[in-house]
Design a protein around this ligand. Structure first.
Ligand SMILES: Nc1ncnc2c1ncn2[C@@H]1O[C@H](COP(=O)(O)OP(=O)(O)OP(=O)(O)O)[C@@H](O)[C@H]1O
Length: 584
C-alpha cells in the first residue's frame, strides 16, 4: 500500500472521529438524502404512467391523470422540502466540525514552542487555521450534499431500469464508463496544466513582491530593464499555459455530454424497438429515457466531488499536522506560583542550544542581586536575545539551573514567572484597540486612574492627551497613527502598570526622533527605579551607569565588571568601546 493511501486512510479516520459527535445529524442527512433520491426517481415513474393514460385522440383517462397530477405535485414538494432540510443539516454538521477543528488548532497555537515558529514561515500557521480549514469545510459540505445523493441515485436508477428491462439497462451500464473515462482523461491532462499555471502564477507573484518590496534597490542598481524582461517572460508563459489549461478543461463538458447523448440515443433506439415488439409500453420507455439521463449525471458530479474531497483531505491533514506538533513542556504538576519577590536572578552552569549540533551557551554562570542594572553588550549574534529568551522561559535550557528569587524557573508556573518579568523590546507591539486597552494589556482589571498614572510615569500622558480621543483613541495594530517612539512609551506604560520586579529592556532607538528619545530615556529611568534590570544596551550612559556589564561573544560571557573596571582591563570590551562608543 502506498504511503499516500495510508496517509489518506488515517486522515479519513480522523475526519470521521471529528464527525462522530454529530452521528445523529449524519443519520438524519442520510435519511433525507434517501427521501430526496426516492422522490426524484418517483417523478419519472408518475409521468410515465401519465403517458400510458394518454392513448390517443379521445382516449385520455382524465380522472386517472388528475390523481397522477396530485401525486406528482406531492412528490415534487417532498423533494424540495427534503433537499432543503438536507442542506440545512449538512451545513450544521460541516460548520460544527470545522468549528471544533479550528478550536483544536487555535488551542495548539497557544502551546506551540517557539521552535515551531522558528522553523516555519510566519504565514504558515495562519494559512492552516484559515484557508486550509475553509477548503476542508467546502469539500466536506460538497461530500455530504453530493456524494450520498449521487451514490443513491445511481443505485436507485439502476434498480428501476433493471426491473423494467434488464437488457437495455445492461447497455446503459456498459456505455456509461465511456463518459467517466473521457472525463478522467481530460481531467488528468488538465490537472498538470493547471499545476504549471499555478506554479507560473506563484513565480510571478514572488517576482512582483521582490520588485515592489525592493523598489529603491531596483532603481539604485538600474535593474529595471532586466526586471521587465524577466516579467515579460513569466507573463508570456502564464498566458500560454493559461490558454492551454482552459482550452482542455473546457472540453470536458461537451465531451461528456456527447457520450451521455450517445447513451440516451442508444436507449431511445433499443427502447423504441422493444415498444414496437410490445415488451415495453411507451410510458415505460419515457421512464427509461429519463432514468438513463439521471443515471449518468451523478458520475460526473462524483468525479468532481472526489477531486474536491481529495483536496479537502490534504487540507485536513495539514491542520492535523499542526495539531499534532509537540507542544511546549507543560508546567510541572507540582509547579508553584512564583510570588512577587525582590528580583534576584541566577544562572548556574546553564547550557543551551537552538539546534543540537550548533553550540551556543555552553556553561553560563551569573548572579544578579535585587535592584542591579545589568547591561548586555556584544557584537550581533553573540546571544543577548537568547539570554532574555531563556529568562522568560520561551525556550527550555538544556542543562544547569536558572533561578529567579531562588526558585528554579521550571518549578514555578510560566504565568507567574512571566508576571515577575516586564519586557520592553525594540519591536513594539500594539494590539488593535484603544490606547487605554493597550496599556492595560497585562492587567485587564486596571482602573482608568491606574492607567493614567502609569502613562504619566512613562512620559506618555501628554502625547496621549493631544490625541483626538485621548485614552480612547483607537490605534491600529501597526500603530499607523502614532510614531515609533510613542509606541515605545506605550509599551513602557504597559510594563509600568504591572510593576514587575525584573525588567528586560532593549533600548535601541534607531527610529526615534531626538525629542521622543529623551522622553523614552526618562521613562526607562523611571521604570528601572528599584528594579532588577537587564538592558540590551545601546547607549553609553546606560553602560556607564550599569552595576555590571556583561560582555558576550559567541554565546558566552567573556568579560564582566563595571565600565571602569573593564576599560582598565584593556580587553574585548575596551576594544568594543573604542570602536562603537568612544567616537560617539
Ligand atoms: N530561533 C533561533 N534558531 C536558531 N538559531 C538562532 C535562533 N535565534 C538566534 N539564533 C542564533 O543564536 C545566536 C545568538 O543569537 P541572538 O539573537 O541571541 O543574538 P543577539 O546578540 O541578540 O544579536 P542581535 O544583537 O543581532 O540582536 C546567533 O548565532 C543566532 O544566529
Amino acid at each position: 500500500m502506498s504511503k499516500h493511501t495510508k496517509l489518506n486512510r488515517s486522515t479519513i479516520r480522523r475526519v470521521l472521529r471529528l464527525i462522530r459527535p454529530y452521528a445523529g445529524l449524519v443519520a438524519l442527512t442520510l435519511t433525507l438524502a434517501a427521501i430526496t433520491v426516492f422522490t426524484t426517481l418517483l417523478a419519472p415513474v408518475i409521468s410515465g404512467k401519465a403517458v400510458d393514460l394518454i392513448l390517443g385522440p379521445g382516449q385520455v383517462d382524465f380522472a386517472g391523470l388528475g390523481k397522477l397530477a396530485v401525486a406528482m405535485a406531492a412528490t415534487i414538494l417532498c423533494t424540495a422540502v427534503s433537499q432543503w432540510l438536507m442542506n440545512v443539516v449538512n451545513n450544521r454538521i460541516t460548520f460544527q466540525v470545522v468549528r471544533d477543528m479550528r478550536v483544536k488548532a487555535f488551542e495548539q497555537m497557544e502551546i506551540l514552542p517557539l521552535k515551531y515558529m522558528d522553523a516555519h514561515r510566519p504565514g504558515d500557521a495562519i494559512s492552516r487555521i484559515t484557508t486550509d480549514v475553509e477548503q476542508f469545510s467546502d469539500g466536506l459540505l460538497m461530500g455530504f450534499t453530493q456524494l450520498f445523493t449521487g451514490v443513491l441515485t445511481i443505485l436507485g436508477t439502476l434498480g428501476v431500469m433493471i426491473s423494467i428491462d434488464w437488457r437495455i439497462a445492461l447497455v446503459v451500464v456498459a456505455l456509461t464508463p465511456l463518459s467517466i473515462f473521457v472525463a478522467r482523461f481530460i481531467a488528468t491532462h488538465t490537472y498538470s496544466m493547471f499545476k504549471v499555471q499555478s506554479e507560473t502564477r506563484a513565480e510571478m507573484t514572488s517576482l512582483v513582491e521582490e520588485l515592489v518590496g525592493n523598489e529603491h534597490l531596483v532603481r539604485a542598481f538600474g535593474y529595471e530593464s532586466r526586471a521587465e524582461s524577466r516579467f515579460e517572460r513569466i507573463n508570456l508563459d502564464l498566458q500560454k499555459c493559461g490558454v492551454r489549461a482552459v482550452f482542455f478543461s473546457s472540453l470536458t463538458n461537451p465531451c461528456t455530454r456527447f457520450v451521455n447523448s450517445l447513451v440516451y440515443a442508444a436507449v431511445g433506439v433499443l427502447g423504441a424497438f422493444a415498444a414496437i415488439a410490445g415488451s415495453l409500453t411507451v410510458g415505460e420507455l419515457s421512464v427509461f429515457l429519463n432514468y438513463a439521463n439521471q443515471y449518468t449525471k451523478p458520475f460526473n458530479d462524483i468525479s468532481d466531488v472526489m477531486t474536491e474531497l481529495q483536496n479537502a483531505l490534504a487540507c485536513a491533514q495539514r491542520v492535523f499536522d499542526l495539531i499534532d506538533e509537540t507542544p511546549i513542556v507543560p508546567d510541572a504538576p507540582d509547579a508553584v506560583v512564583l510570588p512577587a519577590g525582590a528580583g534576584s536572578v541566577e544562572f548556574e552552569h546553564v547550557k543551551f542550544r537552538y539546534a543540537s549540533d550548533v553550540p551556543l551557551i555552553e556553561d553560563m554562570n551569573l548572579r544578579v542581586w535585587p535592584g542591579q542594572r545589568i547591561a548586555l553588550v556584544g557584537p550581533t549574534g553573540c546571544g543577548k536575545t537568547t539570554l532574555v529568551n531563556l529568562l522568560m522561559r520561551f525556550y527550555e535550557i538544556n542543562g544547569g539551573c536558572l533561578k529567579v528569587d531562588g526558585h528554579p524557573i521550571d518549578t514555578v508556573t510560566r504565568d507567574s514567572l512571566r508576571a515577575n518579568l516586564g519586557m520592553v523590546l525594540q519591536e513594539t507591539w500594539l494590539k488593535s484597540g484603544t490606547i487605554a486597552e493597550n496599556i492595560a494589556y497585562g492587567k485587564p482589571d486596571a482602573t482608568r486612574e491606574e492607567i493614567i498614572e502609569a502613562a504619566k510615569k512613562a512620559r506618555a500622558h501628554s502625547f496621549i492627551c493631544r490625541l483626538p480621543h485621548g485614552y480612547d483613541t483607537v490605534v491600529a495594530e501597526d500603530g499607523g497613527n502614532i510614531s515609533q517612539g510613542q509606541r515605545q512609551l506605550l509599551c513602557i506604560a504597559r510594563v509600568m502598570l504591572r510593576r514587575p520586579p525584573i525588567l528586560i529592556l532593549d533600548e535601541a532607538t534607531s527610529s526615534i526622533d531626538t525629542r521622543t528619545e529623551v522622553l523614552v530615556q526618562d521613562a526607562f529611568e523611571e521604570l528601572m527605579k528599584g528594579r532588577t534590570s537587564f538592558i540590551v544596551a545601546h547607549r553609553l550612559s546606560t553602560i556607564k551607569n550599569a552595576d555590571q556589564i556583561l560582555v558576550m561573544n559567541a554565546g558566552n560571557i567573556i568579560e564582566r565588571g563595571t565600565h571602569d573596571e573593564l576599560l582598565a582591563k584593556g580587553g574585548f570590551y575596551a576594544r568594543l568601546y573604542e570602536s562603537q562608543f568612544a567616537k560617539a
